[in-house]
Ligand binder design. Sequence first.
Ligand code: GLV
Length: 329
Amino acid sequence: MQKILVARPIFPDVIERLKQYFDVDWNQGDVLPADEFTRRLADRDGALTAGDPVGAAVLAAAPRLRVVSNMAVGYNNFDMAAFNAANVLGTNTPDVLNESTADFGWALMMAAARRIAESEHWLRAGKWEKWAYDAFLGGDLYGSTLGVIGMGRIGQALARRAKGFNMQVIYHNRSRVAPEIEAELNAEYVSKQDLLRRADHVVLVLPYTQENHHTIGAAELALMKPSATLTNIARGGIVDDAALVEALRSKQIAAAGLDVFEGEPKLNPDLLTVPNVVLTPHIASATEATRRAMANLAADNLIAALGEGPRAGRPPNPINPEVIGRARS
Ligand code: GLV
């Protein structure tokens, strides 16, 4: 039997599925420190990860390892150049999380715009004594302009929801999406600067790469309207969190919604001191159905990539399909 490491606690029935094919080392505890993760991979043929960093050193220490299946659509935890050099396949879990993640983007954006978390904390603190015409005035979504940075599958799902809010949709992306998608979404392609100047609500849905590091920093925040909101459901590091704290404090922008943070699960402690930001612990895809679908898809990828099951040799979501069938190097 081939051997795998499941690096994180996941649904036990998915572990049972994996055990039909593999000898499974399952970490049911805390996130494995890098040295223990590397040690437990040493004799493994495959691994299931969720954000655990895998680079050249980890791969070199695991000479049998042929596939690492990430239970996430984003795979910035994988050094894909190292995967390619070692002929190790990486896989991810796209699509199954699009709608849940888009829903959550709206939830955060609306919570930021309408000051839901801030007013709820105030109410819980026993401060509500009277109705006031100017209590927690926010910004409208209906009829406003939505700016989507990153118009991939999740960005499109998010933009599709804007119709019901009669919003104008502008977007920026590495490249323009197909004309029929622009037409369906009624979305206008604009430069990043134009988007930041025009949008009432900016949502970030782009992958984290070196070139996307601090896509939103002090200079970009300075372009935004004082009434605008910023929502990040993509990855920590896309926003300069320290610059965002300053922009929120000085009311350079009205509010923000953040599901992801630089250095998470630790976060910039100053974020906890500004009231006009809604903070959630990386849960945009966290519905029961979607997390189950992601776990099962991560298992499908691993099973197929290691030559087992009904799709043997044809994993559904290869990131670097060119290495399939090549000997490990
Ligand atoms: C979650 O952040 C994912 O990339 O799926």
